[in-house]
Design a protein around this ligand. Structure first.
Ligand code: ATP
Ligand code: NCN
Length: 276
């Protein structure tokens, strides 16, 4: 599709990785409660590696949504970022997507991994959300009520409060993209230790009605940076990540010399070590 043919609500035309097909084996095609608005949760991130905290984010959001909103979750997706994101400690997309798939398939009954972002050029989050909207509503036709009435599914971003904090930092996100992500789609923000939630959304007040703050009732501050640090030091990470992911890391000798030379990674590790 030429850029001039991009539908008005979309940020850009889509590009696709080779042999790509959109995973929807766990997407619930029937809305259980017709009075509710169907949504899917999409978590974008490095997932290098995925931890139990990343998986808990979905469960925390699910409880919050059931108790405080008129939404019904019909699916949840992990969307690992492209290798071109070039963040320190970012293992290749193949390993990251495999670990996410092991985690989702073996520990959850509703989460899926979409490899669309991981296996191609870097895609901005606004474009990633458009991709989900297109696949679920335009290609699959949304979901239906039990009476057969068709409903569009609202795509919503699931993120930690550190990510929402970056949305107020100059130069990280474009204003147009924020309008698209927070104005058109909306987000659930999971409280993260060390990242104040109120402060994080202060500058995003105009989209406040579309930002849902989810408190962490049991604090968990596992981070991928700390896990990478432990692995490099030969320390155990068992019970911080799903067993299948720990086994995969061990079998493939991953993260043993990950980003050791990078100044940025050393800085993040220092921070993580100080937290301990
Ligand atoms: N402890 C946490 N509490 C709340 N949200 C979190 C936490 N850790 C990660 N997240 C969120 O998970 C998503 C994926 O993040 P990412 O893969 O970058 O994880 P990370 O553990 O922060 O990684 P790294 O340590 O490599 O920076 C982001 O939205 C991030 O805000
Ligand atoms: O779309 C953007 O402009 C944008 C700006 C900053 C970060 N992101 C996304 O945020 C996600 C998490 O980033 P990070 O650096 O916290 O690992 C990752 O999926 C990035 O693509 C996206």
């Amino acid at each position: 599709m030429m850029p001039s043919e991009v539908p008005p609500h979309r940020m850009s035309a889509f590009t696709y990785p080779p042999d790509y097909s959109f995973p929807h084996h766990r997407l619930h095609p029937i809305l259980r409660d017709p009075t509710k608005q169907p949504i899917v949760l999409v978590a974008c991130g490095s997932f290098s590696p995925i931890t139990y905290l990343h998986l808990r984010m979905f469960e925390m959001a699910k409880d919050y949504i059931r108790q405080h909103t008129d939404f019904e979750i019909v699916g949840g997706y992990l969307s690992p970022v492209s290798d071109q994101y070039k963040k320190p400690g970012l293992l290749n997309a193949n390993h990251r997507a495999t670990m996410c798939t092991l985690a989702a398939e073996q520990t959850s009954s509703w989460l899926m991994v979409d490899p669309w972002e991981a296996f191609q050029n870097y895609q901005r989050t606004a474009v990633v959300l458009d991709h989900f909207d297109f696949e679920i509503n335009t290609i699959l036709g949304g979901v239906q009520t039990q009476e057969g009435e068709k409903r569009d599914v609202r795509v919503m971003l699931l993120a930690g409060s550190d990510l929402i904090s970056t949305m107020s930092e100059p130069g990280v996100w474009s204003h147009q993209d924020l309008e698209h992500i927070l104005g058109r789609y909306g987000t659930f923000i999971i409280e993260r230790a060390g990242s104040a939630m109120d402060q994080a959304i202060e500058n995003l007040a105009r989209w406040r009605h579309n930002i849902y703050l989810v408190p962490q009732l049991i604090q968990n501050d596992v981070s991928s940076t700390k896990v990478r640090l432990f692995l490099r030091r030969g320390l155990s990470v068992r019970y911080l990540l799903p067993a299948a992911v720990v086994d995969y890391i061990e079998e493939n000798n991953l993260y043993l010399d990950d980003g050791a030379g990078s100044e940025k990674e050393k800085g993040k590790e220092k921070e993580a070590a100080m937290v301990r």
